[in-house]
Design a protein around this ligand. Structure first.
Ligand SMILES: [Zn+2]
Ligand SMILES: [Zn+2]
Length: 297
């Protein structure tokens, strides 16, 4: 499996030959005025051929119409049903329903959906489009959980445990958002988002092998700078028991996981996650390398 952090909640996930892009946002500004502080790790025309787009909710940082307008339309765009219906009405005929509790198969990958704890409407008046999904990807061997935006609740980990538990399988990759809010805003923030500490708690409950944080380093927000959350996570990890399982990818970096015992050297500081996988490497992606990296249409 390969996971490339493009920025914010946009990740390219490659499982076997299946390539999925999450919450695509390549905008230069968020909402037209909040500046992007780092360019997308891959430009849209550097993306490989995709098999589907996965959309979690309608917030502008996750749903960019400008990005959807440039991305291919001959592949399905899965979203919560109310969002998919709204998108189809706006002319995005490739939008397809993926309801919480449901799943869809893309190539060999099953995508399971569950309801996230997050009100995803764009404004105040449009609660009808507030649904938010999270997704678990599973090709029978490798698994990846993408949380979209969510709060930490007693059942946030149920999608993963309910799906993988019967087979006693361990989650491979947990992609979890991290955010920061000043103290006066934090209680409300945590009703719909994860702080860096919440994300670590959720990762522990998920029992995953590797945690890749996203939702940082891309846009400044009104009450948080783009690196507030990641700086706090890095600080926390200095003395945290899960430190070895956390992989921080800068935009453009790729995490590559292989199950086969690959030679990655026997450096004593090799992380626990490496051992779990036989080999884990984070590399800068070369968009021009390989025969499969070609502009999508
Ligand atoms: Zn959101
Ligand atoms: Zn968000």
């Amino acid at each position: 499996m390969k996971v490339t952090y493009i920025g914010h909640a946009t990740l390219l996930i490659e499982i076997g030959t299946v390539r999925l892009l999450t919450d695509p946002n390549f905008d230069r500004k968020l909402g037209g005025f909040l500046p992007r502080v780092s360019p997308p790790g891959l430009a849209i025309d550097q993306l490989p051929r995709l098999d589907a787009l996965l959309l979690t909710h309608a917030h502008a940082d996750h749903l960019s119409f400008d990005s959807l307008d440039i991305l291919p339309r001959d592949i399905p765009l899965y979203a919560p049903p109310v969002i998919a219906k709204w998108l189809r009405r706006r002319g995005y005929q490739h939008a397809e329903d993926l309801a919480p509790g449901g799943s869809v198969r893309i190539g060999r990958v099953d995508v399971h959906a569950a309801l996230a704890t997050h009100r995803g409407n764009r404004y105040g008046f449009d609660r009808w489009r507030g649904d938010a999904n999270m997704y678990l990807l599973d090709d029978g061997e490798e698994t990846c959980f993408f949380a979209g935006d969510t709060a930490l609740t007693p059942d946030t980990h149920h999608l993963v445990h309910g799906t993988l538990g019967p087979g006693r399988r361990q989650l491979d990759v947990a992609l979890l958002p991290i955010g920061y809010a000043p103290w006066w805003k934090r209680t409300g923030f945590r009703r719909g988002h994860l702080t860096h500490d919440d994300a670590l708690t959720l990762f522990e409950r998920l029992g995953g092998r590797v945690f890749v944080p996203y939702h940082w380093g891309t846009f400044h927000h009104i009450t948080a700078r783009a690196h507030d959350a990641i700086n706090r996570l890095i600080e926390r990890l200095e003395a945290h028991h899960l430190r070895a399982a956390v992989r921080i990818l800068e935009p453009g970096e790729t995490l590559e996981l292989t199950r086969e015992a690959t030679r990655v050297g026997d450096h004593p500081k090799r992380r626990a996650a490496d051992r779990a996988f036989g080999g884990v490497a984070a590399t800068n992606i070369d968009p021009h390398g390989g025969t499969e990296s070609r502009p999508s249409q």
